[in-house]
Design a protein around this ligand. Structure first.
Ligand SMILES: Nc1ncnc2c1ncn2[C@@H]1O[C@H](COP(=O)(O)OP(=O)(O)OP(=O)(O)O)[C@@H](O)[C@H]1O
Ligand SMILES: [Mg+2]
Length: 621
């Protein structure tokens, strides 16, 4: 049976006892009988009040418990004719606090568990004993300090009962009188003890319900963080981390939150903060400890060791006091740190422990997000490297075009220079003609420089750069690059470019690489003597409102596979000197652009490989 049930039972029994007529042993004086009757009625009213209060508290929801206890205190204090009724709750219990009722005009009064002011009282209560005195002089010798304190706050009589719901002490229930003395007969104290048990179980219920609600709130936070981090791409990382930090800071009720990322070489790679206070460089001591995997936590700057002088200055400058920094571990290494500061310095030990546990779990979520991001960036880097290799090898196949493009201006320059030399040997130099030829030389030189420039761009190992692009322009440049090879191979190439195409967002060099790969594959598919003419068509079209298509159609041997998708597999090749990487790379590039690359055979022979690209939004292009 719970404490509370017991309380209600005892109360009910007392009520019943008080209401049943008592056998009168001997005839009594009339006045005596009246007094006895009054006393009984009074007791009955008190019992009824207590049992109503106790029973009523059972149904009060957690959020309304404080108000209900305050009302109960008022009713009991009024009934007893005392001036103050107080429930002082310990720090450890739901952040502590005080619920009280007092006669208007009375000032605040100290907690009786304050051992400095009330050492004797606190000791008695701590042992589970009830403290009561009708007047200050009733207090024993050893309670001299308490007596002085009671006098100072004007308390004349008092009863204080420890609150406990079977476990550790939750707080103290007390009633005190300021205006007059008041007696605390044992019978009354016994009733109050029952009331204190009802109070204690109500407080305990509130603590449990609140901690459950808090747990639930935390679980919700965790699951929403994990969901958003799991769908996270490296590109959205900054925004999502800011968002997540905001939510965690709100949840914890702190002022600042930041995430630090350590790079593999042990340096700090990056940090994110919801307020721009966290510059890791300002906190060398904290950072070094985090990197060693230590938790750094303090609530007073004075407790920081001497080595933390620089950090202390920074905390002072940023007016940061309570602070906790948690290392983030992934696969046995420290990948970063999670730092929170400011806010409620007055946390109890129990709160502190709960907070550390929550931070540990949050730390795992953030560590996972960081290591995922690092993994994704690594893949991105490898992919870029591969794309670059692909580009270099594709360019290698364009020797004819490139040699031609460079040879043309160079031989024109040579011709023109020889002509000028001839002109200069004449008796009368035709300066006008020399000037014209020199202008031609300059123009040819510029053309050669332009070819080299374009090649350099294509072969450069640059960062991917998403910009608004005109697809027709991208296709046009590839056509220009390959035109000599096309001619040499006896192929007729035509461009069917749709006018007024909307722009797409993409990386110019990578998309050129895709088109170049498709064109080269088309040319190679037409290498064996075909039945009809060799034709290559590069077509652009507006697919629908949301996408643009680029198609490369050839009249070659066609795809020799029942599943045309196989040709996109890495290392799939039917060519003796092929790598089988061209289409695999092309597909990764198109995927990264949010498009689709597909292949199929034409009815009239040959194959068409085409890709779509999403049209950039108005505000992006
Ligand atoms: N237009 C096409 N017509 C017929 N088959 C094609 C066409 N394009 C690609 N293929 C087939 O797909 C295979 C894979 O093409 P992919 O470009 O990935 O590699 P590859 O051309 O063999 O070598 P490389 O890595 O040098 O480009 C080719 O070997 C070929 O069999
Ligand atoms: Mg290829």
């Amino acid at each position: 049976m719970s404490n509370f049930d017991q309380t209600v039972r005892v109360l009910a029994r007392n009520v019943a006892r008080a209401m049943s007529p008592r056998p009168s042993a001997s005839p009594r004086h009339r006045a005596d009988r009246r007094q006895e009757k009054l006393r009984l009625e009074e007791r009955l009213r008190f019992e009824t009040l207590l049992s109503e209060l106790s029973a009523g508290l059972i149904h009060v929801p957690a959020g309304a418990i404080d108000a209900a206890l305050e009302r109960a205190l008022q009713q009991v204090a009024t009934f007893l004719g005392v001036d103050r009724g107080t429930v002082d709750i310990h720090q450890e219990v739901g952040r502590g606090g005080r619920i009280s009722w007092m006669l208007p005009g009375l000032g605040e009064w100290p907690h009786v568990m304050d051992a400095e002011q009330f050492p004797w009282t606190a000791k008695q209560l701590g042992r589970g004993d009830i403290v009561r005195f009708s007047e200050i002089d009733d207090l024993p010798e050893e309670a001299a300090t308490d007596r002085a304190s009671y006098e100072r706050v004007g308390t004349r009589s008092k009863v204080a009962l420890p609150l406990s719901a079977g476990g550790p002490m939750l707080g103290v229930l007390s009633f005190s009188s300021v205006r007059s003395r008041r007696a605390w007969p044992a019978e009354l104290v016994e009733r109050l003890r029952l009331l204190s048990e009802a109070f204690a179980s109500t407080l305990e219920r509130k603590r449990v319900e609140l901690s459950l609600a808090e747990r639930l709130r935390f679980e919700r936070l965790l699951s929403s963080l994990s969901t958003s981090f799991n769908q996270l791409s490296a590109g959205d990382f900054n925004r999502e981390v800011q968002h997540a930090l905001h939510r965690v800071v709100d949840f914890l009720g702190v002022a600042h939150g930041s995430l630090i990322e350590f790079s593999r070489d042990g340096g700090t790679a990056h940090s994110w903060a919801i307020e721009e206070w966290m510059d890791v460089g300002e906190f060398p001591w904290m950072t070094a400890r985090l990197q060693r995997g230590d938790v750094v936590s303090f609530s007073e700057l004075e407790t920081l060791p001497d080595e933390a002088a620089v950090d202390r200055q920074s905390y002072l400058a940023h007016r940061v006091k309570p602070h906790v920094a948690m290392p983030l571990m992934a696969g046995g290494t420290v990948v970063g740190g999670l730092v929170f500061s400011g806010g409620d310095a007055e946390r109890s030990r129990a709160d502190e422990l709960a907070l550390m546990q929550q931070l540990q779990i949050l730390g795992e979520v953030f560590a996972h997000a960081l290591s995922r991001k690092q993994g994704e960036l690594e893949t991105q880097r490898l992919r870029q490297e591969l794309t670059h290799i692909g580009r270099v090898s594709a360019m290698g196949e364009l020797t004819a075009s490139l040699a031609h493009e460079l040879n043309q201006p160079l031989s024109a320059i040579l011709n023109n220079t020889e002509t000028v030399q001839g002109l200069l040997e004449a008796d009368v130099v035709d300066l006008e003609a020399v000037r014209e030829i020199l202008a031609d030389i300059v123009a040819e030189d510029k053309r050669a420089a332009a070819v080299i420039h374009r090649l350099r761009i294509l072969l450069k190992k640059g960062e991917i750069e998403f910009v608004p692009l005109d697809v027709n322009e991208v296709v046009g440049e590839v056509a220009w690059l390959v035109k000599s090879d096309v001619l040499l191979r006896n192929v007729s190439m035509s461009l069917e470019l749709a006018p007024d195409l909307p722009s797409v967002r993409g990386d110019r060099v990578q998309l050129q690489q895709v088109v170049l790969n498709l064109v080269l594959n088309g040319l190679e598919a037409m290498r064996p003597p075909p039945a009809g003419p060799r034709t290559l068509v590069i077509r652009t079209a507006r697919d629908d409102a949301a996408s643009v298509t680029v198609a490369v159609q050839d009249s070659g041997i066609g795809i020799n596979e029942t599943d045309p998708d196989r040709i996109f597999e890495a290392l799939y090749t039917t060519k003796p000197d092929g790598l089988g990487m061209g289409l695999a790379i092309a597909r990764t590039i198109v995927d990264a652009h949010g498009g689709r690359l597909v292949a199929g055979n034409n009815e009239q022979g040959g194959a068409t490989v085409h890709f779509t690209l999403p049209v950039g939004r108005k505000d992006e292009c």
